[in-house]
Design a protein around this ligand. Structure first.
Ligand code: MSP
Length: 671
C-alpha cells in the first residue's frame, strides 16, 4: 500500500517546454517529493509524445530526420527538467521499442475483445490538438483552442467501440468518486459520458510516422491511442511482467484540464476492454495564463522556464507556481507578480529569517543553541501547521501545503519581533530565556524547511544544513517535522539565500516574456547568459509587442513634466529599509546628534542621526524607522554612521521621523 506510481502527460516535442508545460511537471514533482517525504516508495514517470504529425512536420521543416529531431528535442527537454529539479524516476519516449511493444500488446488485447473494427472517417481533424473534431466542437469554423481551421479528412480508419463502455464508465465514476478530481472536471466529464459516446478512430491511413497497427501495418496507431499507453508501457506491459506487477495500476495521472476527456473516458475504456486494472486517480490541473491567455506555443504567448530560473535558480519559480496557483484552477504568471512574491516570500520573509537566526545564534551563543526549558508558542504553531500541511498535501491542495509552511515562517518572524532577543541579551539574568528563544526559532525554521523540501528542494536542504540538521535532506521524513525540544543545534551563518534584487523595469510587464533585470546577481546564477532563443520557434507568429515606455532620459526636451524627473532605475539605486531602534544615546558635545544601534533584519548597525533636538533617546528605543541602507559610511563626531535615518524637516521646524501606521518587520524594503 506504500507504493505510489504517478505520471505527467507526455509532451509534444514540436517546441521547447514553456512555463505552462513546466508547471505540470513541477506540480507533479511536488506531489512525488511529498509522497517520498511521507514514506512512500514512489515511481514518477514523465516522457515525450513523439508520433504527432506536428512533430513530423516540424522535423521536415528543419530538414531533419524525425527521429533525429526527436532525439535532439529529448535532450533539450531533459535538460530543462533537470534544471527545474524534477525528480522523475523514468522518462519514456513513444519511439522507444518498449513503448511500441506495449502499444501493440494492448491493441492486440482490445482487438481480441472484439472492440476494434474497420470503417471510414470523414470529417474535421485539428492537427494541433491531434483530435478528430465534430462540427459542434468548432467556433466560427475554427478550433477554439488553436484558432485555426481544422483539416477535412476522409480515410480508412480502425474504430474503437467506445460507445460500448458508457454504462461501465458511469458506474466507475459513481463507484470511485475520486477517480477524477477536482470536482469541476468530474462534473464536466460525467455530463459528457451521460450525453452518449461515439466510437472513435484509432488509426491514421497513409502515414509513415507512428506505430503500425498490429492487424494492418499500412495504418499507424492514432497518436492519442498510442500516447495514452505510455503510462503502462513505461512499467513493462509487453516487456516486463515483474515491473508491471510492481507498479500497475498507476496511483495518479497529473494532466491538464484540456485533455481530461482522453484520460478519463477513452483511456479507462481502453483498459476495460483489454481487461487491465484502471489507474486510481486522474488530477486535471488548470492552465497557466500569461496576461489572461493560456500560455501556448501555437498562440505565441509563452515564457520559457529557463528565462525565469536564469535569475535566481529553480526554487523561487517552483515556489511561485505552487503557492500562487490553486492546484486545479487556472493561474497567472507575470514578471511583476513574480518579482513581488520573490521579494516578499523569499528575500524578505524566509531569507531574512534564516539570516537573523544565524546572526543572533552566532552573536549570543557562538552558533550553538540549546533548549533549557519549555518551548514557547511557536511549538504549537508548528504542530498545527504540520497537521494542516499533511491534510492539504494529501488532498493535492499544494498551495495550502506551501502556505502552511509559510505560516511557520511568519510566526517565527513575529516571535523574534515580539520577544526581542537583543533586549533579553542585555540582561544576564535572562540568559536561559534567550537560549530558549533562539532554540525555538531555529527549530521552527528547521520544521518549515522540511515542509518546503518538496517545493524548494535545494534551498530547503541548505536551510536545514544551516539549522544544524545532521541528516541529509533525502533521509528526512514527515515525522522529522515534529517539534523536538532537545539537543544542541549548531546553527551556521551563510551567504544571503535570496538577495533582494529582482526589479522589473518600467513598462516591462507590458511586454510578453520580458525578463526582469537582477540588480544584484547571486553567486549561483550566470549574469552574462542571454535568455535562450528558441531555435524551433522562429517561424511562430508573435503577438504584437507593445513598446516599453521610453525612459525619461530619452523624452523630448519639450516635455516639461519629465525633464527634471528621475527614472525608476535611478530611484531603485537608493535602498530604503525598515529598521528597529535597539539603543539610543546622545552624542557627547553635540546638541543635535544621537547615536543609534538598529536592527535591519539581517544585521545590526550603528547610525548617527541629527534628531536629538526633537527626540529623547528613550523615545527612540523600540521605534520603527526608515533608513538609507546603501549609503557610504561617514564619520560624525568621531563615530562611524552606517546609513541615514529618514525624517521630514519642515522649514524652521523640528525633524519628524518617517514611520508606519502598522507593524512592519525590520529589513522590509521601502519604495
Ligand atoms: N501529448 C499530449 C499529452 C499526451 S498524454 C498521454 C499533450 N501534449 S502538450 O505538450 O500539448 O501538453 C502537455 C501537458 O501540458 C498537458 O497536460 C497540457 O494540458 C499541459 N499544458 C500545456 N499548456 C499549458 C498551460 N498553459 N498551463 C498548464 N498546463 C499546460 O497534450
Amino acid at each position: 500500500m506504500n507504493r505510489f506510481y504517478l505520471t505527467t502527460a507526455i509532451d509534444y516535442v514540436n517546441s521547447r517546454p514553456h512555463l505552462g508545460t513546466a508547471y505540470e511537471k513541477i506540480a507533479a514533482d511536488v506531489v512525488a517529493r511529498y509522497r517520498r517525504l511521507a514514506g512512500c516508495d514512489v515511481h514518477f514517470v514523465m516522457g515525450n509524445d513523439e508520433h504527432s504529425q506536428n512533430v513530423f512536420r516540424k522535423a521536415r521543416e528543419l530538414g531533419e530526420e524525425p527521429l533525429a529531431y526527436c532525439d535532439r528535442m529529448a535532450a533539450e527537454f531533459l535538460d530543462v527538467w533537470r534544471r527545474l529539479d524534477i525528480s522523475f524516476d523514468d522518462f519514456i519516449r513513444t519511439t522507444e521499442p518498449r513503448h511500441r511493444a506495449g502499444v501493440q500488446e494492448l491493441i492486440r488485447r482490445i482487438t481480441a475483445a472484439g472492440d476494434i473494427y474497420e470503417g471510414h472517417y470523414e470529417g474535421w481533424y485539428c492537427v494541433s490538438c491531434e483530435a478528430f473534431k465534430q462540427e459542434k466542437d468548432l467556433v466560427d469554423g475554427l478550433c477554439p483552442i488553436h484558432r485555426t481551421k481544422p483539416d477535412w479528412i476522409r480515410e480508412k480508419n480502425y474504430f474503437f467501440r467506445l460507445s460500448k463502455y458508457q454504462d461501465r464508465l458511469l458506474k466507475h465514476f459513481s463507484d470511485q468518486p475520486d477517480f477524477l478530481t477536482p470536482e469541476i472536471r468530474r462534473n464536466e466529464i460525467l455530463r459528457l459520458i451521460e450525453g452518449g459516446l461515439d466510437d472513435i478512430s484509432v488509426s491514421r491511413a497513409g502515414q509513415s510516422w507512428g506505430i503500425p497497427m498490429p492487424q494492418d501495418p499500412s495504418s499507424v496507431v492514432y497518436v492519442w491511442f498510442d500516447a495514452l499507453i505510455n503510462y503502462i508501457s513505461a512499467v513493462g506491459l509487453g516487456t516486463d511482467d515483474a515491473l508491471l506487477a510492481k507498479w500497475w495500476p498507476a496511483d495518479l495521472h497529473v494532466i491538464g484540464k484540456d485533455i481530461t476527456r482522453f484520460h478519463t473516458v477513452i483511456w479507462p475504456a481502453m483498459l476495460m476492454s483489454a481487461g487491465v486494472a484502471l489507474p486510481r486517480q486522474v488530477f486535471g490541473h488548470g492552465w497557466v495564463h500569461l496576461k489572461g491567455e493560456k500560455m501556448s506555443k501555437s498562440l505565441g504567448t509563452v515564457v520559457e522556464p529557463l528565462e525565469v530560473i536564469e535569475l535566481f535558480g529553480a526554487d523561487p519559480l517552483r515556489l511561485y507556481l505552487t503557492k500562487e496557483i490553486t492546484f486545479g484552477s487556472d493561474g497567472d504568471f507575470s514578471w511583476e507578480r513574480y518579482e513581488d512574491r520573490y521579494n516578499v516570500d523569499l528575500a524578505n520573509n524566509l531569507g531574512n529569517l534564516v539570516s537573523r537566526i544565524a546572526a543572533m545564534a552566532d552573536k549570543y551563543r557562538g552558533g550553538a543553541v540549546t533548549p533549557v526549558g519549555r518551548s514557547g508558542r511557536l511549538a504549537e504553531l508548528a504542530r498545527q501547521a504540520l497537521e494542516d500541511y499533511r491534510n492539504a498535501m494529501d488532498a493535492f491542495a499544494l498551495e495550502g501545503g506551501a502556505a502552511a509552511a509559510f505560516r511557520i515562517v511568519d510566526g517565527a518572524n513575529e516571535f523574534i519581533a515580539s520577544s526581542e532577543p537583543w533586549a533579553i541579551a542585555r540582561d544576564p539574568a535572562r540568559a536561559d530565556e534567550l537560549s530558549q528563544v533562539l532554540f525555538d526559532v531555529a527549530e521552527a525554521v528547521r520544521i518549515a524547511a522540511i515542509l518546503l523540501l518538496p517545493v524548494m528542494p535545494k534551498s530547503s536542504a541548505e536551510i536545514l544544513r544551516r539549522m544544524g540538521e545532521q541528516r541529509p535532506a533525502g533521509a528526512l521524513r514527515l515525522d522529522d517535522a515534529v517539534w523536538r525540544n532537545e539537543g544542541t543545534r549548531q546553527v551556521l551563518k551563510g551567504d544571503s539565500l535570496w538577495p533582494r534584487a529582482l526589479t522589473v523595469p518600467a513598462g516591462a510587464a507590458e511586454v510578453t516574456g520580458y525578463p526582469p533585470q537582477a540588480t544584484v546577481t547571486p553567486a549561483n546564477s550566470n549574469k552574462d547568459r542571454r535568455p535562450r532563443v528558441d531555435e524551433t520557434s522562429r517561424t511562430t507568429p508573435q503577438p504584437p509587442v507593445p513598446a516599453p515606455a521610453p525612459a525619461p532620459a530619452a523624452a523630448p526636451a519639450a516635455a516639461p513634466a519629465g525633464a527634471d524627473r528621475i527614472s525608476i532605475d535611478d530611484f531603485m539605486k537608493v535602498d530604503l529599509r525598515v529598521a528597529k531602534v535597539l539603543t539610543a544615546e546622545k552624542v557627547p558635545n553635540s546638541r543635535k546628534l544621537v547615536k543609534l544601534s538598529i536592527d535591519v533584519g539581517t544585521e545590526q548597525r550603528t547610525l548617527v542621526a541629527g534628531i536629538a533636538d526633537a527626540y529623547e533617546p528613550e523615545q527612540l528605543v523600540g521605534r520603527t524607522i526608515v533608513m538609507v541602507f546603501n549609503l557610504k559610511p561617514a564619520k560624525l563626531m568621531g563615530i562611524e554612521s552606517n546609513g541615514m535615518v529618514l525624517a521630514a524637516s519642515p522649514d524652521g521646524g523640528k525633524p519628524t521621523l518617517v514611520g508606519f501606521d502598522q507593524d512592519v518587520p525590520p529589513g522590509a524594503r521601502v519604495r
